[in-house]
Design a protein around this ligand. Sequence first.
Ligand SMILES: NC(=O)c1ccc[n+]([C@@H]2O[C@H](COP(=O)([O-])OP(=O)(O)OC[C@H]3O[C@@H](n4cnc5c(N)ncnc54)[C@H](O)[C@@H]3O)[C@@H](O)[C@H]2O)c1
Length: 310
Amino acid sequence: MAEKIALVGTGVIGRSWGIVFARAGYDVAYFDAADGVVAHALGEVDKSLADLERAEMIDGAAALRARMHPASSLEEALDGVIYVQESVKEEVSIKHAVFSAMVAVAPDDAVLASSCSAIPPSKFLEVPTPHRCLIAHPINPPHLVPCVELVPSPWTDDAAMDRADEILSGAGQSSIRLTREVEGFVVNRLQAAVMTEAVSLFARGIVSAEDIDKSMRDGLGLRWSFMGPLETMDLNADAGFASYVEMYGKAITDMGQDLRVAEPWDEDVIKRIDSERRKLVPAESHAERRAWRDRRLIALARHKDSEDAG
Ligand SMILES: NC(=O)c1ccc[n+]([C@@H]2O[C@H](COP(=O)([O-])OP(=O)(O)OC[C@H]3O[C@@H](n4cnc5c(N)ncnc54)[C@H](O)[C@@H]3O)[C@@H](O)[C@H]2O)c1
């Protein structure tokens, strides 16, 4: 019999996690506190599976879907699980209550992970048996973007980090491990550095919103989709990283002094960026543009899979 994983909270993120685990062969229990959410989630999953099947990224949607089961209580969802992925609302009191309830009913050896984006784990993971609780923060949608950040609370033990890593990596995710908690973790800190400077360049009238996006889409992002900023530095100088720093390090750290990454955002600036965006993608086309994003991610994932296999 297949091993079982439970999803607690099956909104935008939880339902996508279900595809990750079912694709890896696990039985997946879907549990949500609100009526009708699981049925809606499974309906959305069907659409995503059809896209994946069309792109030949899964063998059969039906077999995968047959491994997903609605659960009508937390006890039923967590019965016999090896791992739980919590994806409820991003609020300390809710997460703390959900983890307190989960550790009371989960099998003793199950690892419990939270999809939490921004709350430090020490704020909600002080529950009985805290050694097996941690954050596994995905990037939306996790079934198309594999990176997941494993963040320990002060009480998480190495065995739980290892087990979460083993399960998530085994399911095809690309895990990164933090040694301790830090505000925003790693991915959102890097993203915040870019987003805050992007808003500032627009606010200063230096460049349009579209041109900022172009600089990433047709520039930096091309490299960054298959290697990171540090490897970029390493490969941009014939003699590698240290020589790159020798040539450009001072210019970059000088620029760092001038970056506007800690300025409040002006309301008028937000309105002007929004209006530029709505001209490019009108409100009524927003959902279609998100579907377009997912199709592009599928195409990119296929390309990367075939390159990795080669
Ligand atoms: N949406 C993203 O881009 C994104 C990315 C990474 C991480 N996250 C994180 O994932 C988590 C979920 O975000 P989302 O976007 O899926 O939110 P969402 O609002 O789409 O879904 C949250 C779900 O949790 C359910 N819920 C609330 N309390 C519950 C409880 N006590 N027991 C069971 N279910 C409960 C709600 O009914 C809802 O269906 C958050 O911590 C969020 O920060 C979101």
